[in-house]
Write a protein that binds this ligand. Structure first.
Ligand code: HGA
Length: 611
């Protein structure tokens, strides 16, 4: 995924730009570039394909320094990864821009600019923005006003940083659908797409709102809102650790990663939803045509990713009204499946190197599927390279072996897939807007749920000496119960099983007694009353019940029944991600009490690259 860094200071800013890009590397990219205003007032641009290290080497070879500049790591959406498509893009008379996002009306704008005599040197959607700014600047005379006139014409999503040779004292920024943050320094200011890029130089940040256009100078920041009024945006202090691969103040990576989920989910949505719409080009240039033709979906994955897929099945069937099947990769790859016409093959993997999933994809490519889509956290992985469509989760590096933020970002990415499929199969713009809004609310709901940690820590004391536990759920919460049981097994080594609550009476009820805690997730959905009956069956056999319940579920704690109240207003489309949080916290605290190695549980590896 693209990253932006910019700086204006009284010192050479090139090392700041490079370090910033390096810190954004985990997001994935294919090329990198800088544009710096040198001491003679000219923009010097360097771009390279590959790692930031290549750009660093190019800078050593062609010494480049200056006190104002912008830099970019590109993850191509329009035009192949190449030097000429890498950002910054330049227009006549020394205007340079870097851009994150997708401009949906770029073809129209390109045609108009071509007729005005502009020459294009790249295949990107971004280059139209550079020329458009130049075009407006000729009439308006000022770079800030030219950027404002340009963004008014853009459809899609963007974060922009713009510099101009004739304005050597400022960087212009704009945001719609993609984040931009201003880093505030002493007699120097910075810009980035993510605070982590700027942590070595400042802890003070101003977050731009949707539609804002801003300019930063050495000693000044000016922001205009979408209506063109001067806007006051608060300066906030970041509590983030300067090193993302450090535990910071957390005792374990797993706990840190649990608490990173609001941000990870929000990042997964960035650039992909804007103005109540899903920008489906984020899945790849062929996405629209493929989703239009999709008549069924086959999902294949392993472990936690399989559980994310199992949740998606419910949503794909209920919301997009398409048949969907989910299977464990190690089983799927040795079957000889019959593939219905126009079936989309979806793989899910954190690392993108999971051997069974990769083998399943390779087999599927010979089996007559419509197309392949991977949902993955590692942009350079084999799964991503070998799939036709890709949607990257942006969880950042996940170091704890037990997956947490990778899971909720997978659910988010699958939520976007559901919206994309629904759009082509009957959902109107109103429905799309509603679903997109539900997705956007998930980070806030997770944040609220994380406040339950002290309660769950206390609760864990009642589990730590148990040998077995049963997790129950119904509908899309059944896979969440499975994920809860997997987490508890993985890190606390307590044997745990998950059942669809309606299955209890067909066998597992025989296990229930006072020593078998039964954990249930109970959002307020149309299966709630059925679930309550199943819980009565447990209680009648002396089982201890722990229920994470919606405030409107009507359930209350009583003898042998502990109700933990979840945040209000969690809708059907949000419940899976939100209700997985307390189960992660519960397994974490059980593991702590049992003294296990939380981040590296015995016998397990993070990326399962063997069969
Ligand atoms: N559309 C631009 C930027 C891509 C991007 O933001 N990726 O995350 C391009 O293709 O260069």
């Amino acid at each position: 995924m693209c990253g932006i860094v910019g700086a204006i200071a009284d010192r050479n800013i090139v090392p700041i730009l490079i370090e910033g890009l390096r810190r954004l590397e985990y997001r994935g990219y294919d090329s990198a570039g800088v544009a710096v205003l040198n001491s003679s007032g000219h923009l010097r641009r360097l771009r390279t394909v590959g790692k930031v290290k290549m750009l660093q080497d190019a800078i050593v070879e062609t010494p480049t320094d200056g006190q104002l500049g912008i830099a970019h790591t590109r993850w191509a959406t329009h035009g192949v990864p190449s030097e000429r498509n890498a950002h910054p893009h330049i227009s006549r008379d020394g205007i340079a821009i870097v851009h994150n996002g997708i401009i949906e009306n770029h073809e129209e704008l390109r045609e108009e600019l071509t007729s005005l005599g502009y020459t294009f040197t790249s295949e990107t959607d971004t280059e139209v923005i550079a020329h458009r700014i130049h075009h407006h600047k000729q009439k308006l005379g000022d770079i800030f006003r030219a950027v404002r006139a340009t963004v008014a014409e853009l459809e899609g999503a963007y974060a922009l940083a713009v510099v101009s040779e004739d304005s050597p004292d400022r960087i212009i920024l704009a945001r719609a659908g993609c984040p931009v943050v201003i880093g505030v320094g002493n007699n120097e200011n910075f810009v980035a797409s993510d605070v982590s890029a700027l942590l070595p130089v400042t802890r003070k940040f101003i977050f731009l709102d949707e539609g804002d256009v801003a300019e930063i100078r050495r000693q000044d920041v000016r922001v205009l809102d979408a209506e063109g009024n001067t806007a006051h945006r608060e300066v906030r202090e970041s509590a983030l650790s300067a090193d993302a691969a450090e535990k910071g103040d957390y005792p374990h990576f797993m706990l840190k990663e649990i608490f990173e989920q609001p941000r990870a989910v929000a990042q997964t949505l960035e650039e992909r939803v804007a103005g109540g719409k899903l920008l489906e080009a984020a899945f790849g240039p062929l996405a629209t045509e493929i989703f239009r033709r999709t008549e069924a979906v086959q999902i294949v994955a392993c472990g936690t990713s399989y559980h994310a897929g199992a949740v998606a099945k419910y949503y794909i069937e209920q919301i997009a009204r398409l048949p969907c099947w989910v299977e464990i990769a190690s089983e799927y790859r040795y079957r000889n499946p019959v593939v219905p016409k126009n079936t989309l093959f979806v793989t899910i993997s954190q690392s993108g190197e999971t051997a069974d999933t990769l083998a399943a994809l390779r087999m599927a490519k010979q089996s007559g599927y419509l197309s392949s889509l991977s949902i993955c956290n590692v942009p350079e992985s084999s799964l991503v390279r070998e799939s036709e469509l890709v949607l990257l989760t942006r969880a950042g590096p996940e170091i704890g072996v037990a997956s947490t933020k990778a899971f909720t970002t997978q659910l988010t990415a699958l939520g976007m897939l559901v919206v994309a499929l629904a759009k082509h199969h009957g959902a109107d713009a109103e429905r799309e807007r509603g679903l997109v809004q539900r997705l956007i609310e998930i980070p806030g709901l997770i944040e609220k749920t994380l406040h339950l940690e002290p309660t769950i820590k206390e609760l864990a004391k009642r589990f730590a000496d148990k040998h077995h536990a049963l997790f129950l759920g119904r509908g899309q919460m059944h896979p969440i119960a499975m994920e809860g049981a997997l987490k508890l097994k993985e890190i606390s080594y307590i044997h745990a099983e998950a059942y669809a609550a309606g299955e209890l009476k067909h066998g597992p009820l025989a296990l229930v007694d006072a020593d078998m805690p039964v954990i249930t997730v109970a959002p307020n959905n149309d299966l709630l009353e059925k679930l309550k009956s199943n819980l009565q069956e447990v209680r009648a056999r002396g089982g201890e019940l722990y229920v994470f319940a919606d405030p409107d579920s009507g359930m209350q704690s009583s003898d042998g029944v502990t109700i933990i109240t979840m945040p209000k207003h969690v809708s059907h489309f949000q419940a899976a991600a939100v209700y997985s949080i307390p189960l992660q916290l519960l397994s974490y605290h059980c593991a702590i009490l049992r003294g296990t190695d939380v981040d590296q549980p015995r016998n397990l590896a993070k990326s399962v690259t063997v069969e």
